[in-house]
Design a protein around this ligand. Sequence first.
Ligand code: ADP
Ligand code: MG
Length: 346
Amino acid sequence: TVAVTIDQVGKSFGNGAPALSDVSLDVKPSELVALLGPSGSGKTTLLRIVAGLEQPSHGRVLFDGHDALSVPVRRRGIGFVFQNYALFRHMTVAENVAFGLRSRPRAERPSETEIRTRVADLLALVQLESYGGRFPAQLSGGQRQRVALARALAIEPKVLLLDEPFGALDALVRKELRRWLRELHDRTGHTTLFVTHDQEEALELADRVVVMGGGRIEQIGTPDDVYDRPETAAVFGFMGESSRIEVEVKDGVALAGATAIAAATQAVPDGPGLLYVRPHDVTLGLPGTAGLKGQVRAFRRHGAIRRVEIAVGSAVLEADIAPTVRVPIGEKVAVRLDRARLFASD
Ligand code: ADP
Ligand code: MG
């Protein structure tokens, strides 16, 4: 298992803004790193450059300190899984998994017996022992992605690249496969780059998360780092839902109309600013208790909780409360914000 170094990589397709600008990232051996970002942020382009399917406009990619860009794609030792399981439809599951081994030049090709043993081992690894004789059309979406993973692992890759591998599956299957992949990774220990636009998936799965935006890295950190200590408004906004409140900052205090909402936890220049607050960091109390004066404007059921819209000064923010708490519209409430969890930007 190898270390992957991405050093000042840029990519321009020659049409407007570059797809990647000076991206640098060190992936440790056996690490599982998630590339997280909205559509168009350059995740796929970066993965394709590591794989050798695309040449960077500048910068270097190193595997264990050795230049990978000069190594032909076939020799780079990459296992790649895409969102739309590119399984060969006319081949059985076992033939699909064996494909990479059978297409090696004769001198490097394992014997047919070895291939069969290896395919059986891989199908066991992805928990599809008895599916070798089936065709892709006879499998569920989740099973097909497990076959795609077995096929990627068959060539004993140095690096595993997964581009939204569960993106086409429904939410429940996706969650299941997420845990399953993490367990598989802990057993096999391949250095893995996992692309997703789903922050929950990235936070649950990865050792470290790389948040991308507009072809740049916004922040690199553990799931706790990027969720609890976002360095930019883009990262904060991308990590979960938040109310966005327009404020006027005066001496470091954010005002919504005449109401002082909060002191910013980081330096924000005086003038118009934005304050982001997560619904689960807002607590409601009885009127007259500590907190800002607010009034309930609306509420709706939101999964296991109830989400309430509250007017505070000129701002409207959302709070999550237990569905058993009664919050009539028009009710006056005291609103407390978790100060440590506010994010302000200019
Ligand atoms: P993501 O995977 O994060 O959605 P991509 O890496 O696919 O982002 O795309 C990043 C940017 O590069 C986008 O603006 C996209 O339009 C552009 N891009 C990607 N591939 C090509 C290509 N082959 N030709 C021209 N532009 C491309
Ligand atoms: Mg993509």
